[in-house]
Design a protein around this ligand. Structure first.
Ligand code: SF4
Ligand code: SF4
Length: 314
């Protein structure tokens, strides 16, 4: 009998979920420093998983057609156009200076990043699901089964990253499965397979974390001091992500929460407080009934004595 943890470091979430002798946990390391924004991952995901069309609209946000992850967008390539501050701290508009590198050193920078479900170590979406539609696989990933989902929507606000979403047509929730069917067949996920620059790397999570640390060291040595990892730390608020990233700016720039915390972390404390409140209420009722009964009995006794006393005097 295993004890399921809701927060804190968790070495083996698959075993924690009840899988006996699970294979090593797998995940994604997305190195955004080599993403070229080709969207091959988005297309491969759609093709393999037969996901419906999710927006061929002009959003006004560079080449971004979908703006974020959703029920029909399991991979989302963000395009962020930035003006890098000049050496004197000012920010120049690249179009005014002709685009590209300006005379005073201000540059146009294009950040691209392929976002996905984080396959959290502590996945609140899974913890709040009342039907068992969301479950932890033997690979340590988090999968939602659309044929079991009843459309209650509890998982949607539970996700600290805003990943999972209900499809408006029928209310069922969808998100990346890390291609569970392909993993079962010994294949890598479709998006990682399609990525031409190896920005999306798939493999055993421990090995990916080591590889990512080396890549950050390498970039720092090459002068890219802003390179940093996101979601790699098992000590963070979700116990570390199964899909983590190398970013070139603050997480907020990519639309990622800076300090995500599993939303079910405080459930045990809340239940303890609720139980204490319920016990106090029951105790209060019992005490008030007891006191009322005692008062009534005392009153009856006094009345009886008084009547008896009067009778005695006449
Ligand atoms: S990122 Fe959101 S949807 Fe994905 S496993 Fe974590 S809580 Fe669930
Ligand atoms: S792992 Fe599979 S389901 Fe998830 S984003 Fe990649 S292709 Fe889509």
């Amino acid at each position: 009998m295993t004890h399921h943890l809701l927060s804190g470091p968790e070495h083996d979430p698959a075993r924690d979920a009840g899988h006996e002798n699970p294979p090593p946990r797998v995940g994604f390391f997305t190195d955004t420093s080599v993403c070229i924004g080709c969207k091959a991952c988005e297309v491969a995901c759609k093709e393999w998983n037969a996901i419906p069309e999710d927006g061929l609209t002009f959003t006004g946000m560079s080449y971004d057609n979908t703006l974020g992850l959703g029920a029909s967008t399991w991979r989302h390539v963000a395009f962020i156009e930035q003006s890098v501050p000049t050496s004197d701290g000012r920010t120049e508009l690249p179009l005014v200076s002709g685009g590209g590198t300006s005379a005073s050193g201000g540059e146009l920078r294009w950040l691209m990043s392929s976002d996905v479900c984080k396959h959290c170590t502590h996945a609140a979406c899974l913890d709040v699901c009342p039907t068992g539609s969301l479950f932890r696989t033997e690979f340590g990933t988090v999968v939602v089964q659309d044929d079991i989902c009843n459309g209650c929507g509890y998982c949607v606000p539970a996700c600290p990253y805003g990943v999972i979403e209900q499809r408006p047509s029928d209310g069922r929730a969808f998100k990346c499965t890390m291609c569970y069917d392909r993993l079962g067949a010994g294949l890598e996920p479709a998006c990682a397979k399609a990525c031409p620059t190896e920005s999306i790397q798939f493999g055993e999570l421990e090995e990916l974390r080591e590889r990512a640390a080396l890549r950050v060291d390498q970039l720092h040595k090459e002068g890219v001091t802003e390179a940093r990892l996101y979601g790699h730390d098992p000590q963070d608020g979700v116990g570390g992500d199964g899909a983590f990233f190398l970013l070139l700016d603050e997480p907020e720039v990519y639309g990622l929460p800076p300090d995500p915390v599993v939303t079910t972390r405080d459930l045990p404390v809340m239940w303890r407080h609720a139980a204490t409140a319920a016990l106090s209420l029951v105790g209060g009722f019992a005490l008030s009934f007891a006191l009322t009964g005692l008062a009534a009995r005392t009153g009856r006794t006094r009345t009886g004595r008084t009547l008896t006393g009067r009778k005695g005097r006449t």
